[in-house]
Design a protein around this ligand. Sequence first.
Ligand SMILES: Cc1cc2nc3c(=O)[nH]c(=O)nc-3n(C[C@H](O)[C@H](O)[C@H](O)COP(=O)(O)O)c2cc1C
Length: 334
Amino acid sequence: MLAPMAGVSVQAFRRQGRRYGAGLVCSEMVSCAGIDHGNERTLGYLRVGSDEHPLAIQLFGSEPGVMAEAARMVEAAGADLVDVNFGCPVRKVTRTGAGASLLDEPDRARRIVQAIAGAVTVPVTVKLRRGVEDGARTCLEVGPELVEAGAASLTLHPRSAQQMYTGEADHALTAELVELVDVPVVASGDITSRARAQAVLAWTGAAAVMVGRAAQGNPWALREILDGDGTAPTREEVVAELLLFVRETVRELGERRGTGFVKKFYGWYLGRGRFPKPFKQELVVLDSTEEVVTRLLAAAPGAAEVLERLEAELPAAGDEILLDRLPISIYGGG
Ligand SMILES: Cc1cc2nc3c(=O)[nH]c(=O)nc-3n(C[C@H](O)[C@H](O)[C@H](O)COP(=O)(O)O)c2cc1C
């Protein structure tokens, strides 16, 4: 599964994940707060394309009733699963009683899952961290309760909220959680290779693994994890995927937002020893997509042909549903 990542999991990222074999992709978290007062600081709205399914759409919020209403909207937009975020460690989110802070409020967490499960017919899943404080084992208490409340699957990222992304994911906890519940458990955290995926699956008994940071600018990691094909992409392939990503993301977010948004992806695509470092620096200072495209094509002219093949496989534009009452929060994380 491809991990939900705020500020990363735009439509182009999810579609790319599917092309490289992810069995399930997930939107980044969308805010339920927008329904009530519409004043969430927002990065934009989610677009759901017909080729993204099966797609999980992730919600975050703290009010069971509001979240249930958001879940209905998400189901109507075509979500195959409604995922609930009990993992976001960012203070702007936890301060509102959402994300990982719900791990310390099991009663409210349970009511949220119950309300959502009662509102939709698609499965409701939950993504959680191990707990709020370092060393916490809260997930082992809350997880089974959430299953009782109606969660059809749990994804565990076994770091504490306090840890953010430091240290290592402690999949010993994932193994314990698998023993405690009779629904599929998904292991998230530090899955970077096929060897690592196989080791974690064997060790924990998890039903699936989720891949996040390893797939940033690197869909080839998904291919390697799925079928062991570790062939490095050619420069043309790398540039073609980046060109498609830039173009699609600018289409989704608009030129002004899109050009800023894609900048962090340059290093992710062009790093990893694929291009000399100064090349990324050159792109980051360019202001328009047009200049970026020109520069990339000059570096790898053969990419144009690869890009044409990728474009031919895209569904027709307009074949999308816009979730325009649920903003994508700028404060994301998990
Ligand atoms: C930039 C970034 C944004 C994230 N945003 C979310 C999010 O919106 N919802 C969520 O459940 N997890 C989020 N996560 C957590 C990931 O889904 C995943 O659990 C975590 O990164 C560990 O997996 P990895 O080691 O494969 O990256 C985010 C992670 C990163 C790095």
